[in-house]
Design a protein around this ligand. Structure first.
Ligand code: UGA
Length: 449
């Protein structure tokens, strides 16, 4: 579906609860399709900012979409949950489900929403789970609403998991590979099909629990692909094989597919790490010990350490060394540093007494918060304004996020700035031959330097 094609199905007033990476994108995109949308969040500061058209995070293409649809009066923001619920027929829940110490998802925010829905149930409402939730959460939402409702308003609970990627979220919303509708009534199915009218993607209509499981199974499978390739990269390192060639040749097999076979310092973000753990946890709770997922996580957790060992092997002593870090966000085109592998890696470097000079094109604000306790002059973490400033006088340059700006750097110039030309490419993003020609020593993952 192009962002220009408008929905021609029946209109249903929509409330999206949560103005985070999933909720805000969904709200803006539903509005772009011609729906009337109110987006609610209990963070008043965020809502006040959005009312003034200030974006709470960086996501390519989102800001113009929000501004346009606010001007057209199809999108508004509110911090009043009950008022917004009353004026809506379809309620998409996109609140956070953060991980707890035991790996399970914290569903407090969902329960809170369910209780508010129970209060506002004066007419039919379709409650749709958009955030990633453990299987059987919908049953709990149904129970909660039934338990606390004061009026006899009818409702349905459905699951419509979101598969968008940060950094490509707007594109992904309008170009889904599939649309999953987990429904328990013909009415719920009809309403959701109205909303997704005009999309070309296959629609998988299924039960509520199946839809919930599809999301966890998909994210965990993708994480497993990455960990698998990171394990293969270890064997490549030991045997002298080239992991990217292995991945390329594997990817031509359509049963394997080309995507998500890139080795590196590991997956991060607020989805894969928490979803792998939450899926493992809920499987265990239901009676199946999903040991494969435990290994997926263990391989991923080991990647920053493995990478650091390679750097240490080359530099010998890290204490007092100046290490440049290019890239802090968990992947390019986002300022998100949640569960970014840069965080444990920098933590280790600082613990060993290295001084870290870091640069990221978008994540400086996040980084100031994440590393507030070790920021210079109190600690040894310096946040730089440019990539070149970070590389100046460094004994090693670590590439941790594959931002385009890094790919096209003037490597001859960078080399001249550094005290010692060691390039540790944590994303296998550079051509080792090319940078070696500029005089660099090269460290990659599963590939020869
Ligand atoms: C992921 C899924 O891709 C989305 O489909 C899903 O909707 C989303 O989680 C979610 O559950 O909300 P996202 O976390 O935005 O999206 O990021 P991805 O592009 O999937 O990348 C995740 C991590 O894997 C990044 O750290 C990336 O660098 C890493 N990665 C990815 C690799 O290390 N190798 C690869 O080959 C691909």
């Amino acid at each position: 579906m192009s962002t220009k094609s408008k929905q021609s199905g029946k209109q249903h007033p929509i409330c999206v609860i949560g103005a985070g990476h999933v909720g805000l994108v969904a709200a803006a995109c539903f509005a772009e399709m011609g729906n009337n949308v109110v987006c609610v969040d209990n963070d008043k500061k965020k809502i006040e900012g959005l009312k003034k058209k200030n974006m709470p995070f960086y996501e390519p293409g989102l800001e113009p979409l929000v501004k346009k649809n606010m001007s057209k009066k199809r999108l508004r923001f509110s911090s009043s949950l009950s008022g917004s619920l009353r004026s809506s027929e379809v309620v998409f829940i996109a609140v956070g489900t953060p991980p707890q110490a035991d790996g399970s998802a914290d569903l407090t925010a969902l329960e809170h929403v369910a209780r508010n829905v129970a209060d506002a149930l004066d007419s039919y409402k379709l409650i749709v789970e958009k955030s990633t939730v453990p299987v059987q959460t919908g049953l709990k939402i149904k129970e909660t609403i039934s338990r606390y409702r004061t009026k006899e308003g009818k409702f349905d609970v459905a699951s419509n998991p979101e598969f968008l990627r940060e950094g490509k979220a707007v594109y992904d919303f309008f170009h889904p590979d599939r649309i999953v509708l987990g429904v328990e009534s013909a009415k719920a199915e009809r309403i959701l099909k109205d909303i997704y009218h005009g999309f070309k993607a296959p629609i998988v209509v299924t039960s509520l629990v199946t839809a919930e499981l599809i999301k966890h199974a998909s994210n965990s499978f993708l994480a497993m692909k990455i960990s698998y390739m990171n394990a293969v990269a270890r064997v490549c390192d030991l045997s002298g094989a080239q992991v990217e060639k292995v991945a390329q040749a594997m990817g031509y097999d359509r049963r394997i597919g080309k995507e998500f076979l890139r080795s590196g310092i590991g997956y991060g973000g607020f989805c894969f790490p928490k979803d792998v753990e939450a899926f493992q946890y809920i499987s265990g709770k239901l009676g199946y010990e999903f040991r494969l997922l435990r290994e997926v996580k263990a391989i991923n957790d080991g990647q920053p350490v493995f990478f650091l060992n390679k750097i240490r092997e080359h530099l010998w002593v890290l204490k007092g060394k100046r290490i440049a870090v290019w890239g802090l966000s968990f992947k390019p085109d986002t300022d998100d540093m949640r569960f970014a592998p840069s965080v444990p890696l920098i933590g280790e470097l600082l613990a060993e007494g290295a001084r870290v000079y870091a640069y990221d094109p978008q994540a400086a604000k996040e980084a100031r918060q994440v590393f507030k306790d070790v920021l210079s002059p109190k600690g040894n973490f310096v946040l730089c304004k440019t990539a070149e400033e970070a590389a100046s006088r460094a004994d090693c340059l670590c590439l941790l996020t594959e931002w385009e700006e890094f790919r096209t750097a003037d490597w001859n110039r960078v080399k001249r700035k550094m005290a010692y030309p060691l390039l540790a490419d944590g994303r296998n993003m550079l051509d080792p031959g090319q940078v070696k020609q500029c005089g660099f020593h090269y460290i990659g993952i599963g590939r020869k330097g």
